[in-house]
Design a protein. Structure first.
Lengths: 297, 297
């Protein structure tokens, strides 16, 4: 694969998503931090933080390379001395508790031991369940997967449910999406799928966000959102492989932890009252994963 | 050692500390949750959460036993089938940003492979540096260590600086204290030291807390406190061995994570302005560990 083409495309996806999110927000702009990695390569971290519909967003591009960390060689079970990794990751924490948090990531990895693969995914984390949002989100992802021979919505939906899970809480992080990793076969087709996904992320998320950001809310909804954001922080700091790998291998901390929510709250043994919208969300994330895309048709 | 005597003493320390903290707070009471561990033993989790000087406090006693987890056998490098662990841990998050967060823990561990040891410590995490507080805290700890032949303030002060450190931030969590672990020699003397420490925790912390809880503060101090609490959550979730061990071995999540701050905030690349009290704290925790007890005499 042409690494330059891949990382150029990732940068274009970053730019397009940021432009579109600024338009949607209407108030705040992204700040841009260009950084270099001491061991090789670097990145562009773009952060929006304001008083509009987007409370905090982080859209990160990176293209790093260098000596393969020991940990990685162990995971690959292969002698590799040099690696290249490039990717773009997106996280949007809306201010309105009715609007779900959105996360997506696409990435490409290559080592001089001949390993190369694509990975990525997109998932949604609501504080309040709107079935329409879950159906639309999953149906959009399924449609993209179905456009490509290498796409496997069903397997990647399950992988997403498995990955974004907090075992210590017995809870899913949200309503899932798709998650794929180590795609090594048919790289040209995978690349075509992945760029299609990258170009579609705004089209998937923004309509959902738009119909929630003007809904009324008060202290109760905001508190609940902060409790859910506490769970989001727990997942990222305790279980997320990318976050932990980054922190343990001295990655750029501010870029890695830009995914954390703007605010979080921890209340001991907090359980919402039954028959409330908060309880509906909890029942969902503590139950078996649901099918969403099928229900749309 | 007499395990019953140890765990009874731990329970008494828990009760005394809670009673004294309720008196100091003057508004809120501890709730008490008694729980059983499926594999053996259980605990008593006591939580205070209110609108008085103590925003959140967790004082946990546990005495668990059962089959030795594989991970533990690996760490011990010994075949052990049964273990007993008992301890009490204390965390106080005051509402006032000028009052430091306090943490302490004392514990005893025993396996049927003949391993037995004591561990524990006490440390302080201010959002604003008051040198008087740091000196008093360390001097009190040094005085307790000096009362016992097995006490080694200097080594345990260094161990505490090493342990409560966030490598991904290049920051200490706070101003340290003492940290000791795997004390196997002279168990009777260690036990005498440890109970002395446990009985003294209130005397060490409460005078510091009392002189801070009526200080004036506003949004600026509160925001800074929440940023610092974000770091506290990062340390506990990413690096703290006890927290990670508990979460990965299906401990009681609500008790383990009761240490987390009531609220936390993450602001991208936040740096306080130079020559402010916030900058003074940051300079301290990013610099080499300071000696505090020596300066007191």
């Amino acid at each position: 694969m042409d690494r330059k083409q891949i990382s150029d495309t990732y940068q274009a996806i970053q730019e397009d998503f940021c432009d579109a999110l600024e338009t949607l927000d209407g108030r705040s702009s992204f700040r841009t931090d260009v950084w270099e990695r001491p061991g090789g390569g670097g990145g562009v971290t773009r952060i929006m933080s304001g008083s509009g519909p987007v409370e905090k967003a982080a859209v990160n591009f990176s293209a790093v390379e260098g000596d393969t960390p020991d940990r990685l060689s162990e995971q690959l079970a292969a002698d590799s001395s040099h690696f290249v990794a490039t990717g773009v990751s997106i996280i949007v924490h809306p201010a309105n508790p009715h609007a779900p948090t959105f996360h997506a990531n696409i990435r490409y990895f290559e080592t001089d031991s001949g390993h190369a693969w694509f990975g990525g995914g997109a998932d949604l984390t609501p504080s309040y369940l709107y079935e329409e949002d879950a159906r639309d989100f999953h149906s959009s992802l399924k449609a993209i997967c179905d456009r490509h021979r290498v796409g496997d919505y069903s397997a990647w939906k399950s992988a997403c449910d498995d990955y974004f899970y907090l075992p210590h809480r017995g809870e899913a992080r949200g309503i899932g999406g798709i998650f794929f990793d180590h795609l090594t076969e048919r790289p040209e087709e995978v690349w075509s799928f992945q760029s299609d996904l990258g170009d579609s992320l705004g089209d998937i998320y923004f309509p959902i966000m738009r119909r929630r950001i003007d809904m009324a809310y008060g202290d109760r909804e905001r508190e609940w959102q902060e409790v859910r954001r506490g769970r989001y922080a727990e997942f990222n700091l305790v279980w997320d492989r990318g976050t932990r790998f980054g922190l343990e291998t001295a990655g750029r901390t501010e870029s890695i932890l830009a995914s954390l929510p703007p605010q979080a709250r921890w209340i001991y043994s907090y359980e919402p009252q039954s028959l409330t919208p908060e309880a509906t969300l909890v029942e969902l994330i503590r139950g078996p994963p649901r099918s969403w895309a099928e229900q749309a048709g």
